[in-house]
Write a protein that binds this ligand. Sequence first.
Ligand SMILES: *[C@@H]1O[C@H](CO)[C@@H](O)[C@H](O)[C@H]1NC(C)=O
Ligand SMILES: *[C@@H]1O[C@H](CO)[C@@H](O)[C@H](O)[C@H]1NC(C)=O
Ligand SMILES: *[C@@H]1O[C@H](CO)[C@@H](O)[C@H](O)[C@H]1NC(C)=O
Ligand SMILES: *[C@@H]1O[C@H](CO)[C@@H](O)[C@H](O)[C@H]1NC(C)=O
Length: 443
Amino acid sequence: MIHCGKRHVCAIVVCIVIFGSILICSWKGAQLQDNMTRKTFPQGNNVISVGQFCRGKAAKNVITPLKDNRTFIISPYFDDREDKVIRVIGIVHHEDVKELYCWFCCQPHGKTYVSKAKIDVHSDRFGFPYGAADIVCLEPENCDPTHVSIHQSPHGDIDQLSRFEIKNRKAEAFSADFTVCISAMFGNYNNVLQFVQSMEMYKILGAQKVVIYKNNCSQMMEKVLKFYLEEGTVEVIPWPINSYLKVSTKWHFSMDAKDIGYYGQITALNDCIYRNMQRSRFVVLNDADEIILPLKHSDWKTMMSSLQEQNPGTGVFLFENHIFPETITTPMFNISSWNTVPGINILQHVHREPDRKEVFNPKKMIVDPRKVIQTSVHSVLHAYGTSVNVPMDVALIYHCRVPLQSNLPRESLIRDTTLWRYNSSLIMNVNKVLYQTVLETQK
Ligand SMILES: *[C@@H]1O[C@H](CO)[C@@H](O)[C@H](O)[C@H]1NC(C)=O
Ligand SMILES: *[C@@H]1O[C@H](CO)[C@@H](O)[C@H](O)[C@H]1NC(C)=O
Ligand SMILES: *[C@@H]1O[C@H](CO)[C@@H](O)[C@H](O)[C@H]1NC(C)=O
Ligand SMILES: *[C@@H]1O[C@H](CO)[C@@H](O)[C@H](O)[C@H]1NC(C)=O
């Protein structure tokens, strides 16, 4: 029995020694790892402070200027399609902004890491000094930042910086098949009838959401937007870009020497792609006076399934723009109550301008947002996968506006009544909206 007891004690001693060594080893390991984290962190990163909780002033607006007055932050988005990066959509002066740093607040302890950003000014600046930019930072390891601040220097006081929430961090289920992005509503926009008709067409064709970057519009439009907000169809992103920059209504600097082109449209479109990357199967990039009209299918969903089947690996579908001049009217669908509503009645404009040999019809797009890296207005600049031109017999863009070929007589235009296929549901839906908004008192 004594022998047995001795063995017992021996076993316990051995156990304690082993357990103790494991404890010491793991403690040393943890220390070592801690040092490693600091030393071998990707170049350009360094620990500023340890043990603080996330600080800085929470950014409240869609456009936030930095202290340099040359950088404007829209929003950071998590993007792990290649490296794990934070892509901050912004606007920068293409020459003056040379260096920017991401200040990350790491969870769960609120450590701050600073890393140098790659500033990628989009190539489609069209001569303007300011353009859309991706401010891209590698995400620190073992950090899981929920917020980031952007600063011109790796040094400074974090309390003085704006803190932005990083979007697209958590996986999300699709809440829409199609989201339409309307990039800039400006100039006291008051084309109420055409806007409501476009909205109702988007819904008939399969859109669940329309995102509008709103600079400014009329009181009557405000009422219509409020209706769609309450309906849950519209998301308004305030876009007060003219408070910070001199904006042009033209697309090229040579036409209008301002700071940035077309109310910062390109930045808005890129933001819209990232904003809807997780929640929408497709994003439709067009203006409020444009409607992508399918010719072989009754809606976008069946059209896109067919196009995807025929074009595997394609993430970008380009549709040809066709002008239906507002000056050429067909006296059909003259609905008396609509005559008091400002704007164009698209059902009365069913003649399109013929193609010109020497002029290329611009395109607008339906994209899989997860395949897009950088977008322009008529094409994408960087994407995973290919772009495809959708032929005219599958779909065209119905674009009702002032003519481009104003010298052409009516007989030279092509009568195209594709839009009329939708007349009965369109009229019914438009009436429903008008009687709940601008025609409310006439109910
Ligand atoms: C930035 O703009 C503000 C307001 O216009 C002005 O007060 C400030 O001096 C400007 N700062 C720089 C660095 O240009
Ligand atoms: C909207 O912009 C126009 C000029 O484009 C201006 O005259 C009008 O006052 C602005 N309206 C509002 C509400 O800011
Ligand atoms: C629509 O009908 C009204 C009369 O109700 C008429 O004055 C107007 O000219 C018509 N417009 C078109 C475009 O046919
Ligand atoms: C309006 O739509 C209905 C079907 O909803 C169709 O029967 C009718 O022909 C259309 N009207 C025109 C003028 O195309």
